[in-house]
Design a protein around this ligand. Structure first.
Ligand code: AMP
Ligand code: P6P
Length: 346
C-alpha cells in the first residue's frame, strides 16, 4: 500500500546543510572554513559541466605548454586551474594557493584570510580524451604566516598532520565530492538536475583488507624484489584482482570503497616516486587514515613525511591497513637483510 510519504521521498541532506551542521560543533567559528568548502564545491560544479561538454567544444587535447613537472598540460588542466583559482580568489577565504599547474604560490590578495589551499585541479587529465574518470584533489591548512601579509611557502610546508581538511572530487559515472575535516569521511553525490551535492556515503570506512591491487605493471621489472614479491603473492592469492585505471582519484576511490592497495613504487624514471606530496599524497593520506586505512612511503606514514619543497614527489602506498602493514613489514625485512649482508661483508 503506497503512502503519501513514499510518493515524495526525501531528497536527502545537501552538502550545504551538512557543512552548516558540522560548523555548529564550533560555536566560535566565523564560517570561513564553511565558505571555503562551498567555494571548492562551486568550482567543481563548473568543472563538472565543462568536462561533460569537453567532446562538444574544443577543450580536449593538449594546451601546448608544460607544467612545473614537465608534463604536457591539457586544455582542461588549464581550465580547471583557472576555475578553482577564480573561485578561491572571489570566495575570499584563502590567502594563497599551491597548484600543480603553477610553479609559484598564487597570491589571492586576500591577505587577511586565514587559510591556504594546495590542489591538483585536474589529476589524470590525459584520460579526458578517452572519457575515463578524472579528479580534483585539495588540501586546506590554516596559515602560519602573519595575517595581513601574503602567503609564504611555510604556509604549505607544515606537514600532512597540520591539514585542517582534505578531499577530492571524482568526475566519473557520477560526480562525487569526498572530504574530511578530521571527524571521519563523508561523500556527496552531485545531482545535475538540481545543481546540488547530496550526502550519499556517511562516515566511510575502508575495509581492513582487500583483494584489489593497483599498480602500473609495465614497470614491474623495475621494482625492488620485495615489491615484486608482494605483487606476485597478491596475484597468486585467490580472488585477487589487478585494477589500475591510471587516474589516481578513480583508483583511490574504488579501493576506499572495496578495500585494496594502490602502489606507486620507485621506477627508473621516478626514483623518488611520481606522485606529489603536498597536493596528492598528503590529502589522500589524510582521508585514508580518517577512513581507517593507511598511507606509507615504505619507511614512514605519508602524513609524517617532513616536506622540503612545494612540488616534491614521494613513493606512495595507499590502502587497507592489513595490506599496507604487510608491504611495509616485507620492505623492513628486506632492508634488514641488506644491512646484515653489508655488516658481514665488512
Ligand atoms: P572558522 O572560524 O569558520 O574558520 O572555523 C574555525 C575552525 O572550526 C575550523 O578551522 C575548523 O577546525 C572548525 N570548523 C568550522 N567550520 C567547520 C565545518 N563546516 N566543518 C568542520 N569543521 C569546521
Ligand atoms: P603512470 C596521472 O598522470 C597520475 O598522476 C595519476 O593520476 C595516476 O595514478 C598516475 O599518474 C599514473 O602514472 O606512470 O602509471 O602512467
Amino acid at each position: 500500500m503506497q503512502t503519501s510519504n513514499s510518493l515524495a521521498l526525501p531528497v536527502g541532506t545537501t552538502l550545504d546543510r551538512f557543512i552548516n551542521k558540522q560548523q555548529e560543533a564550533f560555536p566560535y567559528s566565523t564560517g570561513e572554513l564553511s565558505q571555503l568548502l562551498r567555494d571548492i564545491a562551486l568550482a567543481s560544479k563548473i568543472i563538472n559541466r565543462e568536462i561533460n561538454r569537453a567532446g562538444l567544444i574544443d577543450i580536449t587535447g593538449a594546451f601546448g605548454s608544460n607544467n612545473v613537472q614537465g608534463e604536457a598540460q591539457q586544455k582542461l588542466d588549464i581550465i580547471a586551474n583557472i576555475r578553482f583559482i577564480r573561485a578561491l580568489v572571489n570566495g575570499g577565504q584563502v590567502v594563497g594557493i599551491l597548484s600543480e599547474e603553477d610553479d609559484e604560490i598564487i597570491q589571492t590578495g586576500n591577505v587577511n584570510s586565514k587559510y591556504v589551499v594546495a590542489m591538483d585541479p585536474l589529476d589524470g587529465s590525459s584520460n579526458i580524451d578517452v572519457n575515463v574518470s578524472i579528479g580534483t584533489i585539495f588540501s586546506i591548512y590554516r596559515r602560519v604566516s602573519e595575517i595581513g601579509t601574503p602567503a609564504t611557502s611555510e604556509d604549505f610546508l607544515q606537514g600532512g598532520r597540520k591539514q585542517v581538511a582534505a578531499g577530492y572530487i571524482l568526475y566519473g559515472s557520477s560526480t562525487i565530492m569526498v572530504y574530511s575535516t578530521g571527524k571521519g569521511v563523508n561523500a556527496f553525490t552531485y545531482e545535475n538536475s538540481l545543481g546540488e551535492y547530496f550526502l550519499s556515503h556517511t562516515s566511510m570506512e575502508m575495509p581492513q583488507d582487500g583483494k584489489i591491487y593497483s599498480v602500473n605493471e609495465a614497470y614491474f621489472n623495475q621494482f625492488s624484489n620485495p615489491i615484486r614479491q608482494f605483487i606476485e603473492n597478491l596475484r597468486n592469492e585467490s580472488g585477487c584482482m589487478a585494477r589500475y585505471i591510471g587516474s589516481l582519484v578513480a583508483d583511490f576511490h574504488r579501493n576506499l570503497l572495496k578495500g585494496g592497495i594502490y602502489l606507486y613504487p620507485p621506477t627508473r624514471k621516478a626514483s623518488n616516486g611520481k606522485l606529489r606530496l603536498l597536493y596528492e599524497c598528503y590529502p589522500l593520506a589524510y582521508l585514508i587514515e580518517q577512513a581507517g586505512g593507511k598511507a606509507s612511503n615504505g619507511q614512514e606514514d605519508i602524513l609524517d613525511i617532513v616536506p622540503t619543497s612545494i612540488h616534491q614527489r614521494t613513493i606512495v602506498y595507499l590502502g587497507s591497513e592489513k595490506l599496507v602493514d604487510k608491504l611495509t613489514s616485507d620492505l623492513d625485512a628486506f632492508n634488514n637483510t641488506i644491512v646484515q649482508q653489508l655488516a658481514t661483508s665488512l
